[in-house]
Each structure stands twice: as structure tokens, then as C-alpha cells.
Design a protein around this ligand. Structure first.
Ligand code: UD1
Ligand code: MG
Length: 517
């Protein structure tokens, strides 16, 4: 239970019931990013910087969340509509400092009591647990304000926590305004704070701009409170890495590496094998099942779910897709697809949006699948394009099959029935249907439906022009090889010359037979 704190003037600081308001500061330009994209919209393993901060704010269970926008306000507002539709935006047209930003945000509220939590929008590694602990600390001690601080090895660029001889916070000083002595302090302001709402509003009206940047500093609220004898708190973050800000792309890359390690460690501790964590990049939004194995150089992004005992990698990218239990995905690119249990993908497959592989289906080497379903146990083992198709269970699609789905204007659908067999190098010109259990001869271009159980063949008949190479390509290695073969056959096969020369595989011979029927 929060307890009220006694103030020096004898009044009691009452901030119950605990209404919580979150204010996220995201109006700055982020000049050092040198980007057309506002800094807080830069992505970091599955969320924008702003998205990470909003996720960290979740334990607040804030009654309302205000995001202060300014630079790139339209873009930031549009992004918020997607990821946090309940958050309200407040426009800070001119960026006159963090204190100014919070003042504008609170001006938008008439009824303001309880706790206000302010978070810089550029601190993406902050954990929800840390925000939760800060709030619990703040509300249970009943102080006027609490700042999240960290002990860091290199405090360059950050505000320093200046304490008095009794160890109480005296003020927060920006580096550019600090004395030599103060610059040596390694305890820094992380940019996350909890305030008593009423006092905060009162003090924001008293901020000066008497500093190196001529801005209203939110941090000065602490000096004002301490100066008036109001108790303020410092909550030290257990892991200083959490408080790292992002000001340029070098820092962004550093944060990405740190977050990758955090995510990977957490998955390994939950029973997932990562064969090479250093080259494995898993978005914070991804889910993995027990005993899944992720091999090296693999990226799992967005709303991806990997089932138990699946094997993904090496060299795989999976975006917004599901990989079923026990499925295998090798050296492939998968976007917006559904891979069923024990299905097999790759090496070198490209699964595009709405590719659905049912249980034990296969999309093998150099196979591209788009908006198509492969039924249970159906196989497309090599070198094929499957677009806008429904392939029945246990069907087999031969190497080099193309589903010709596009007539230049519209896409059309192809249906291949259960256990149908499509010979190699077939073009299925949609819309077309191959019935259950039907066969299509290798090399056919199928333009009309093949009835169930029939063999469809559109191949021209083969003819062999005897002696053509000797006459038209004399002196070539082919001509020499043919001549040698002819002489060897004449020498060794005497008496057996009634044999037909071999002419391709079994299904080819059968199709030739069918075609002449
Ligand atoms: C701020 C703190 C510093 C702290 C550091 C932690 C102040 C005065 N200083 O410094 O003590 O160590 O964060 O990272 O607060 N913003 C606005 N409107 C403005 C100015 C800033 O919305 O007018 C937003 C920015 O977009 C950013 C956040 O506030 O998300 C912090 O601003 P920034 O300029 O990055 O402050 P720092 O110099 O990093
Ligand atoms: Mg900053």
C-alpha cells in the first residue's frame, strides 16, 4: 500500500487513488541519425524505438498515455495509430526542451492526479520489470518524484545525478552545464521518471531556460523539489545497459547487438537450441517452441512462430510466418507463409505470402510458392513456380513445373487433385484443373482440364534425323564421340543390332505410347 509522506510544511502528500498517466517524449528530431525517418521510428528487432518504450510502459497500466510528437509528427502519429491506438498524441510544434514537452502534454489534461510517468522515447532496452520497480518504489515511498538512474562506465553526454553530503539527490545537471567535478560523476539520469502529478504540474510552470541550450529542462524539477525540501527518490537500474539511449546509427547498431543477445539468451534458457547465437537475429515479437533448433545466420522476424522441434537454418529468413512442429527450413526465404508440422522447405526455396504447406508437404530446391496450398504430404521437390494454386494431398509436382497464373491482366487459379502426378517441365496454364489421381506427361503445356485418372499430354512427337551431327557438325567433339560410339557398336554389338537406342525415362516412353494411341 502506498503511504502518504509528510512534507516539511506539515501538509501531507496524498496521491491516492493511483491514477497513472504516461507521457512519452518523442518530438525530437534525432539530428545525429541523419535520417528522413524520425529517430523514434527506427526499427530494432521487431519494434520501433518508440514501440519498445511503449512496451516497457505496460506494467504501468496507465489510465492514459500521451505521446508528445513534433518532428515527423504525421509519421509518428500514423505509427502510433497502428501499434498503440489508445495513446493520444500531443503536438509540440517547437522543441523547447523536455520540460516544455511535458508541460504541453499536461496542459492537455484538466483532471490530473496520481502519478505521472515520463519516459524518453529513445531508450529502447528498458525492461518492463524495471519500469514496474520504479513505480512501485516511487508510490510506496510516497516521494514527490523519483528518477531512474544508472552507474555507467562512460557518462558522456548524459545528465549527472548530483547528491549532497548526506547522499540525497540535490539536482540533475546536464553535461554541458556541469562543473569539472560534476562531470566526473558516473551516476546518470536514464530519462525515465515518476512524479506526483499535482506537484509536477505546479513546478513545470517554474522552469527557467537559464542553461546552455536555453531550454526548459524536465530534470530541473528535481532541483526545485530538493531545494524546497520535498523528498525525491533515485531508483538505481540493476543493469545499466537498459538505460542506454540511441542518438546515432552506431549506437543503434550497438543496441541491436545487445538486444539480440538478451533475446537469444532468454530463448536458450527456455529450451531452444541456437547453434550460433552471434549470427541469429530473433525479433522480440517471435515465439519459439521447446527443442526448436535454429542454425547459424538465421533471422526470425515479426509475427513468426516456430513450433517445437522444428529445425530452421542455416541461412534462413522467416518473416511473419509459422513453422510447424518438427518442420525443416533450410537456406530459404519465407514471408507470410504457413509451414505445417513436419513439412520440409528448401534448400533455396522462396515462400511468399499465403503459401500454405500442410503436414509433411515439401517445397524443395529452387521452388517458389505464392498464395497456394500444398496438401498433406504433397511434394514440389525441385525448380518450380507455384502461384495461385491448390494442390491436393500426396500430389507430386515434377521438376521444372510452372503454374502459369498470370495472363498479363489477371491472376488465375489452378487446382491439382489428390495424388495427381505432374511430369517434369510441365506448364499448367491457369485457370485449369488436373483431377485426382491424374497424370500429366513430362514436357506438356496443359491448357484444358485433365480428368481424374487420365494422362494429359500435349507433347509433340519425337523424330530422330539419323547422321545429322556427322553431316552438319563435322569435326566437332560431338561428331567424334558419335563416330566412336557408332564404331564401337558395330564392333561389339554385332548380332544384337535390332535393339532400339535408349530414349529417355519410363514415363516418357509411356507418354509417347499414349500419344500415338
Ligand atoms: C535527456 C536528459 C538527460 C538524460 C538523458 C537520458 C534532459 C534535460 N536531459 O538528455 O539528463 O541523461 O536524456 O537519455 O531531459 N524531446 C521532446 N521535446 C523536446 C526535447 C526532447 O519531445 O523539446 C524528447 C526527445 O525526442 C527524446 C527525449 O525527449 O525522446 C529526450 O531528449 P534528448 O534531446 O534526447 O535529451 P538528452 O540530451 O538525451
Ligand atoms: Mg537522448
Amino acid at each position: 500500500m502506498p503511504r502518504p509522506a509528510g512534507r516539511p510544511d506539515g501538509s501531507i502528500l496524498v496521491s491516492q487513488p493511483r491514477i497513472r498517466t504516461a507521457v512519452i517524449l518523442a518530438a525530437g528530431e534525432g539530428k545525429r541519425m541523419r535520417s528522413a525517418l524520425p529517430k523514434v521510428l527506427h526499427p530494432l528487432l521487431g519494434r520501433t524505438l518508440l514501440g519498445h518504450v511503449l512496451a516497457a510502459a505496460e506494467p504501468l497500466a496507465a489510465h492514459r498515455t500521451l505521446v508528445v510528437v513534433g518532428h515527423g509528427a504525421d509519421q509518428v502519429t500514423a505509427h502510433l495509430a497502428e501499434i498503440a491506438p489508445d495513446a493520444a498524441t500531443v503536438l509540440q510544434a517547437e522543441q523547447r526542451g523536455t520540460g516544455h514537452a511535458v508541460r504541453i502534454a499536461l496542459d492537455a489534461l484538466t483532471d490530473l492526479t496520481g502519478t505521472v510517468v515520463v519516459m524518453n522515447g529513445d531508450v529502447p532496452l528498458l525492461r518492463p520489470e524495471t519500469v514496474g520497480a520504479l513505480i512501485a518504489d516511487h508510490e510506496s515511498t510516497g516521494v514527490a518524484a523519483t528518477v531512474l538512474a544508472a552507474e555507467v562506465a562512460d557518462p558522456t553526454g548524459l545528465g549527472r545525478i548530483v547528491r549532497d553530503q548526506a547522499g540525497r539527490l540535490e539536482q540533475i545537471v546536464e553535461e554541458r552545464d556541469a562543473t569539472e567535478d560534476q562531470r566526473r560523476i558516473r551516476e546518470v539520469n536514464a530519462g525515465i521518471y515518476a512524479f506526483d502529478a499535482v506537484l509536477l504540474r505546479e513546478l513545470l510552470g517554474k522552469l527557467s531556460t537559464d542553461n546552455d541550450q536555453g531550454e526548459e529542462y524536465l530534470t530541473d524539477v528535481f532541483g526545485l523539489l530538493a531545494g524546497a525540501g520535498d523528498p525525491v527518490g533515485v531508483h538505481l537500474a540493476g543493469d545499466p545497459v537498459e538505460t542506454l539511449g540511441c542518438n546515432d546509427r552506431v549506437e543503434l547498431a550497438t543496441l541491436r547487438g545487445l538486444l539480440r543477445d538478451r533475446v537469444n539468451e532468454s530463448w536458450m534458457r527456455s529450451g531452444v537450441t541456437l547453434l550460433d547465437p552471434a549470427s541469429t537475429w530473433i525479433d522480440v515479437t517471435v515465439m519459439l517452441g521447446r527443442d526448436a533448433v535454429v542454425d547459424q545466420n538465421t533471422q526470425l522476424r515479426g509475427a513468426t512462430v516456430v513450433g517445437a522441434e522444428a529445425l530452421v537454418g542455416p541461412d534462413v529468413t522467416v518473416v511473419d510466418s509459422s513453422v510447424g512442429a518438427g518442420a525443416t527450413v533450410l537456406r530459404s526465404h519465407v514471408v507470410g507463409a504457413e509451414i505445417g508440422p513436419r513439412a520440409s522447405v528448401g534448400p533455396y526455396a522462396y515462400l511468399r505470402p499465403e503459401a500454405v504447406l500442410r503436414e509433411r508437404a515439401k517445397a524443395g530446391t529452387f521452388v517458389e510458392v505464392k498464395k497456394s496450398e500444398l496438401g498433406e504430404g504433397a511434394k514440389v521437390p525441385h525448380l518450380s513456380y507455384v502461384g495461385d494454386a491448390t494442390i491436393g494431398p500426396k500430389a507430386n509436382i515434377g521438376a521444372g513445373t510452372i503454374f502459369a497464373n498470370y495472363d498479363g491482366v489477371r491472376k488465375h487459379h489452378t487446382t491439382v487433385g489428390e495424388a495427381a502426378f505432374i511430369g517434369c517441365d510441365t506448364t499448367l496454364v491457369a485457370p485449369v484443373e488436373v483431377g485426382a489421381g491424374a497424370y500429366v506427361a513430362a514436357g506438356s503445356a496443359i491448357t484444358t482440364s485433365v480428368p481424374s485418372g487420365a494422362l494429359g499430354v500435349t507433347r509433340a512427337q519425337q523424330r530422330d534425323i539419323e547422321g545429322w551431327v556427322a553431316r552438319r557438325r563435322p569435326g566437332t567433339t560431338s561428331a567424334e564421340a558419335a563416330d566412336r560410339a557408332r564404331r564401337e557398336a558395330a564392333g561389339t554389338d554385332e548380332g544384337e543390332s535390332s535393339h532400339e537406342p535408349p530414349r529417355g525415362g519410363g514415363d516418357g516412353a509411356e507418354a509417347r505410347h499414349t500419344a500415338t494411341e
